[in-house]
Design a protein around this ligand. Structure first.
Ligand code: C5P
Length: 230
């Protein structure tokens, strides 16, 4: 069946944890007036839902079924504040941001059945006038036909320091040393997994953000050609 949404422009922002992709993608979406997909939040929500129900991280069938049935809602949110994330009517915006939830998300994200189950849900975000999608496999698997693809990198030390600052701002306690270890663990799992491993799409623009400000990265992304532009 032809994809009726194929003409809706998509800009993908992939990269490892702490590369700045979430913040950059949200700001780019705001500047363009496009929708925004935080695909990592879906994996985090699944991990949280599984934990609440006592589903094992290895039970691929149960996790895939849960992924299909997730009752998720993103409410509000703009360039400055993240949306309120609801899971079955409960506000879990803060709960899904902990490092342990991120780590559990990367466990469920390694299962092919789970990724397949979340595919249609992610593609449904592609609506007019366009979509900015942030994740690990946006440019390679979920939106391979995206007109603009960006892959953000940063040194592991810088990424841990950024994550530390981000968590502190949210009032979440975390030690920098633990973060360095947890981020390295999560990165390895994301990069070596068999399905949709974290890697730049062949046609992605790779930007090292280590010594760049958020605004500088946003400007670089905005300067890239977009489909539909003349
Ligand atoms: O981006 P975020 O840190 O919220 O993602 C949490 C975890 O979800 C990642 O470590 C990764 O394992 C998984 N993920 C993924 N594919 C995506 C987005 C996130 O596998 N598109």
């Amino acid at each position: 069946m032809p994809d009726v949404n194929a003409n809706i422009p998509v800009l993908t922002v992939d990269g490892p944890s702490g590369s700045g992709k979430g913040t950059v993608a949200r700001l780019v979406a705001a500047r363009l007036g496009w929708r925004f997909l935080d695909s990592g939040a879906l994996y985090r929500l699944l991990a949280l839902a599984a934990e609440k129900r006592g589903v094992s991280w290895h039970d691929e069938a149960a996790l895939s079924a849960l992924a299909l049935a997730l009752e998720v809602e993103f409410v509000g949110g703009n360039a400055d504040n993240e949306p309120t994330v609801m899971l079955s009517g409960e506000d879990v915006s803060l709960a899904i941001r902990s490092e342990s939830c991120g780590n559990n998300a990367s466990k469920v994200a390694a299962l092919p059945g789970v990724r397949e189950a979340l595919l249609a849900r992610q593609r449904a975000f592609r609506e007019q006038p366009g979509l900015v999608a942030d994740g690990r496999d946006m440019g390679t698997v979920v939106f391979p036909d995206a007109g603009t693809k960006v892959f953000l990198e940063a040194s592991p030390e810088e990424r841990a320091a950024r994550r530390h600052k981000q968590l502190k701002e949210k009032g979440i306690d975390a030690s920098l040393r633990d973060l360095v270890k947890e981020i390295a663990e999560r990165d390895t799992r994301d990069r070596v997994r068999c399905v949709s491993p974290l890697k730049p799409a062949e046609d992605a623009r790779v930007i090292d953000t280590t010594s760049l400000s958020i605004d500088e990265v946003v400007d670089q992304v905005m300067a890239l050609p977009r489909s539909g532009d003349t």
